[in-house]
Design a protein around this ligand. Structure first.
Ligand code: C2E
Ligand code: CA
Ligand code: CA
Length: 772
């Protein structure tokens, strides 16, 4: 029930349909009840008409019966042979004794066979009137079986009244059955008129007294001209004579008004009483009510439809807003993928199913590599396009039953059901492949962007059973994938968690060390082939109280990731410059000092200023300092900012050196574009000399490149004479490595310098290319 109701509320249309439905239903009911009311009105009218017609019929019949009785007495008297011999007063009394009550209705008389009055209710000696010309006489004389005859209306001979009458006659016969006259009674039509007038209902209603042949004897409302007219031509006249009562609707012959007619035969008399009620009048009340009800129902229906439409529209609007809000709340507006909140909800649902079925699943944390660079160099519109395209591709790689969503930024999350290590690996590989396909950007001219992703995978139940745990572990694994050089897949290992914790601890410790001056700098000489000092590299050292000396390779990464690196490098540069100044003040001839820098340093807008200030504050000049950076720096996301810093530093006369040369990017064009002075061949090539022909030929090539570009070539990690000799034979300029010296504490370095010659004072600079 609740579900039904909520489904009703969830969809606005049913309201409109319901509104229309109710409207139709109520309209139907209204029409039906109006029709019924009409039938009722008709039935009521019929009842009224019938009651009236019955009472009229009875009243007329009662009066005619009285007439009949009286006529029979008159007839008996007339047929009694000795009646003429009675004294006139007595004769009168005998003949008309039962007529006394009806005298005001008319007159009664008897005639002889010739039509002369023999008995007359009006006078003791019958008036000298002959009625042989009247139809009521002629019919009786001609027909033996005429019975009671009712005449058409006529005006009687006696001048005492001009009022029209009808006459009823009966045949009189003598002993032999021969016609001997008639007995007749005249009835004043005014009697009927009065009767009808007293009974009349409405203005258009009629009461008619007809003879069975259709002759109108009286009609109400009264028009003299109607009297005596024949209605026999009316088409409803036939049923009128065929049965002794009935009801019908017809248009009147006389006035063309439609009426409901109810008729009744007046006893055994050849007379019919008809009551006609005008249908207009019958339905007048009904019509008024029908109009009122009709208007009310139309108004109500219109209101109902309006309300349901409004309600529907309102509901539709509200639902649309709600749906939009829901989408905003649960879906990412850029990619249309589920957002973090929705991912959590859905993941929880899937996980519940998974643990119920005892199946497995994989959570894939997908993070785009160097996406920030796309945003910074191509603009946010392009960044958005890239994200949308990646989202599309990810969705294609993920089955509809599985889950893919955007956590935010360039982070996506996939949940793959029924997934073991192998399947997860496969899915991740497919995703990496899909992501790495060039993306065509259609804004303005066609640009292709290539991007990669790092994926961390956590398996359920192996790596956790809670969404939060799985997400965190997948994130940790992703982080490892990034550290492993990006465009990689890593499965979560419990070790990652420990590492992450350690990392955090280290980060905090490093921060403290930096603030409390617990870091130190070690110095490694750069020499020529014969070991004369040509420069020195400053290398940071951290002697952590708890863990002893921590290798820079470990904490430099942490410093970079935590953003401490710039601060640390600034400190190292300051310390190195201070040290150089101090050595010089002590009389040591140290030609130049190199410090290691990274992208974060160059991104500081104040970096060239900082370098300048540092040099000045120690009384040094630009040529005293070399900045070592890896090729990676030149390919950083914020290359524009870096370029600005590099140009400013170059303008100041600071030398740039490419560290770990050969391990990074294959493109060499940047060597032209950036003001580079030195290449440091990575120790991996140097250490392959004598062991690995490939490393040897690479080392050789790298030296060659440096020479072509007229750069100073320095070999790093030179540990053996053989390495040094090989490098020297191929024209390497400078050397750095354990063969000459490890990185030393300042005091030890000073001692080392005193024991060796400085290359700056060792003659022919041409032979060693450009001294640093
Ligand atoms: P790098 O710039 O390539 O520094 C040279 C590294 O090689 C140093 O390791 C050095 O001790 C080591 N090395 C020198 N000669 C030999 C050799 O003959 N054999 C071997 N196996 N190794 C040799 P270290 O001091 O551990 O520094 C590692 C890296 O840390 C450096 O590599 C540099 O990239 C980074 N680094 C060191 N100090 C700083 C710093 O102050 N700032 C920044 N940003 N990075 C630094
Ligand atoms: Ca270095
Ligand atoms: Ca190096």
């Amino acid at each position: 029930m609740i579900r039904f109701l909520s489904s009703l509320f969830a969809r606005p249309k049913p309201f409109v349909y319901a509104g229309i439905g109710i409207t139709l239903a109520t309209t139907g009911v209204t029409v039906a009840s109006l029709y019924e009311m009409r039938l009722d009105a008709m039935a009521q009218a019929r009842d009224a008409a019938q009651n009236l017609v019955i009472s009229l019929q009875k009243e007329i019949e009662r009066n005619l019966d009285m007439y009949q009785l009286a006529m029979r007495d008159v007839a008996t008297s007339a047929e009694t042979p000795g009646i003429v011999r009675l004294p006139p007063e007595v004769r009168q009394l005998v003949a008309f004794s039962s007529f006394t009550d009806s005298r005001e209705l008319g007159a009664m008389f008897a005639t002889d066979a010739t039509g002369n009055l023999v008995l007359d209710s009006r006078s003791i000696s019958p008036r000298k009137i002959n009625v042989s010309g009247r139809d009521y006489f002629r019919i009786q004389r001609q027909q033996t079986d005429a019975g009671l005859y009712v005449s058409a209306p006529f005006v009687p001979y006696s001048a005492d009244s001009e009022q029209p009458v009808i006459a009823m006659s009966r045949r009189l016969e003598d002993k032999d059955g021969q016609f001997s006259g008639i007995v007749a009674g005249t009835l004043r039509l005014s009697f009927f008129r009065q009767l009808f007038e007293d009974s009349i209902l409405g203005r258009h209603d009629t009461i008619t007294l007809l003879r069975t042949d259709g002759t109108v004897l009286m009609r109400q409302p009264f028009h003299e001209s109607d009297i005596g007219k024949s209605l026999a031509s009316g088409h409803s006249f036939q049923p009128l004579v065929q049965s002794d009562h009935g009801t019908y609707v017809d248009i009147a012959v006389l006035d063309h008004v439609e009426r409901l007619y109810t008729f009744r035969r007046v006893g055994s008399y050849p007379l019919i009483v008809v009551v006609g009620l005008a249908t207009d009048d019958i339905f007048a009340g009904w019509r008024k009510r029908a109009i009122a009800i009709g208007i009310a129902s139309i108004v109500l229906d219109a209101l109902l439809i309006l309300l349901s439409l409004m309600f529907g529209t309102q509901l539709r609007k509200r639902l649309a807003v709600e749906r939009r809000l829901q989408r905003l709340a649960w879906f990412d507006s850029l990619t249309g993928l589920p957002n973090r909140a929705q991912l959590q909800r859905e993941a929880l649902r899937i996980l519940t199913d998974t643990s119920r079925n005892g199946s497995t699943l994989a959570v894939l944390f997908i993070d785009l590599d160097r996406f920030k660079r796309v945003n910074d160099t191509q603009g946010h519109a392009v960044g958005d396009e890239v994200l949308s395209e990646i989202a599309r591709r990810l969705r294609k790689e993920i089955q509809p039953d599985d889950l893919i969503g955007r956590l935010g930024g360039d982070e996506f999350l996939a949940v793959v059901q029924d997934c073991d290590v192998l399947k997860a690996k496969h899915v991740a590989a497919r995703i990496l492949h899909a992501v790495s396909q060039p993306i065509l950007i259609n804004s303005g001219q066609d640009t292709r962007i290539t991007i990669s992703a790092s994926i961390g995978i956590a398996l359920c139940p192996h790596d956790g059973e809670e969404p939060d745990t799985l997400l965190r572990n997948a994130d940790l694994a992703m982080y490892q994938a990034k550290r492993a050089g990006r465009n990689q897949v890593r499965f979560y290992a419990p070790d990652y968690e420990r590492q992450a914790k350690e990392q955090l601890e280290l980060e905090i410790a490093l921060q403290q060390a930096l603030r409390s001056n617990a870091l130190s700098v070690a110095y490694q000489p750069k020499t020529d082939a014969i070991g004369a000092l040509c420069g020195v590299e400053a290398l940071v050292r951290w002697d952590n109280d708890g863990q002893g000396v921590i290798a820079p390779d470990r904490f430099i990464v942490i410093a970079e990731e935590s953003g401490l690196i710039a601060e640390m490098d600034a400190w190292v540069m300051g310390e190195a410059c201070r040290q150089l100044a101090q050595w010089r003040a002590e009389g040591l001839d140290v030609p130049n000092i190199s410090v290691n820098v990274c992208a974060a340093d160059f991104k500081r807008p104040d970096y060239p200023g900082l370098v300048n200030d540092t040099l000045r504050s120690h009384g040094l000049v630009a040529s005293d300092l070399t900045l070592e950076m890896t090729e990676r720096v030149l390919f950083d996301e914020s290359v524009a900012d870096i370029r600005k810093s590099l140009d400013a530093l170059h303008a100041m006369g600071i030398a740039l050196s490419i560290d770990d040369f050969g391990t990074g990017y294959s493109s060499l064009s940047y060597l032209h574009r950036f003001p580079v002075k030195e290449l440091k061949i990575d120790k991996s090539f140097v250490q392959g000399i004598g062991r690995d022909a490939m490393a040897e030929s690479l080392a050789q090539t790298l030296i060659h490149i440096g020479k072509i570009l007229k750069l100073t070539v320095t070999a790093e990690g030179v540990e053996t004479h053989a390495q040094r000799d090989f490098l020297a034979a191929h024209g390497c300029h400078l050397y750095q490595g354990f063969l000459f010296s490890r990185a030393l504490a300042p005091r030890d370095f000073a001692r080392w310098v005193r024991a060796h010659r400085s290359c700056a004072s060792a003659g022919d600079p041409e032979a060693r290319a450009k001294p640093l």
